[in-house]
Design a protein around this ligand. Sequence first.
Ligand code: NI
Length: 327
Amino acid sequence: MKLDKHNDYYDSYERRSAYRYRQNKRRKRARNQFIVIATVCVILAIAVITGICLAVAGSNSASVATPDTAATPPNSTDLTTVPVTTTASPTTTVAPTKPNTEPNESPEVNPTSPLEPIVTADGRTLDPNKPFLALTFDDGPSTEYTEKVLKILQKYNARATFFVVGSRAENNPDILKDIVNAGCQIGNHTMAHSDLTDQSSSAALAAVEDVNDIIYDATGVNCHIVRPPYGSFDDSVCSTLSAYPLILWDVDTNDWRTGRTKSDIVDCVMDNAHTAAVVLMHDIHKVTMDSVEDIVKGLTEKGYQLVTIDEVYALQGIELLGGTVHN
Ligand code: NI
């Protein structure tokens, strides 16, 4: 009995031990499951938070970059506005725009593409497939010679460009008007014909803009091209005159040199004439004025279209860019 009791007791003890053992085992399993689930949850939470942080950082950097990107178009617009505006001057011709068949095509004219005839503001039709060149006259206007040169040009329905010096131009507004009325173009040759590379930026800019004011007051035309005196320029000049195309030449008659004769000048032009040439002369010398008729007549007989600076580049599909040296 005692033994039975003991056995009973023992049995019940064993059952309780087995129960506790199972309970402990269940608790341990539950705890382990909880730890695993909690660990997974923490990892997922870290992953989600990291993802959100990266997304926020990405959108922040994009919003920082936006102003720079947005600032670019106005700058480029400013640059491109110069030549676009310049082509609207009265002496300027605007090439008929070719139908643009490709929407993504660059707006710049492709010089290799076939160019179409240009109808000028004064009613001329210029053919880019026939010879053409630009005569240019520097250092005037001259009260003695410029009007005579204009008469010869008009006689042959020819055009030229006159790069005037401000100190002469301001006393001769009527000659400036006659240049424009003859369908010719006026260019800027600075106020006092000083080397722009020897001047401060502000002085160089004033040397150009003062002449533009004189030209505008006399003619109502916004002059937009500059020929630096002596053809002298450097990076600083180009930067200072970033609004103005700098126009040089590729045929130099050397008409200013002592002893240069009429036949020297005429032969120089006729021997070196080629399509798109820019010829340098000076309408302040008698020998130059004496040479002009033979030159204009000879070139016209050879089939050359004598055009302005704006036209000579338009015929080539070349856009005149501010701060850039042409020819
Ligand atoms: Ni000069």
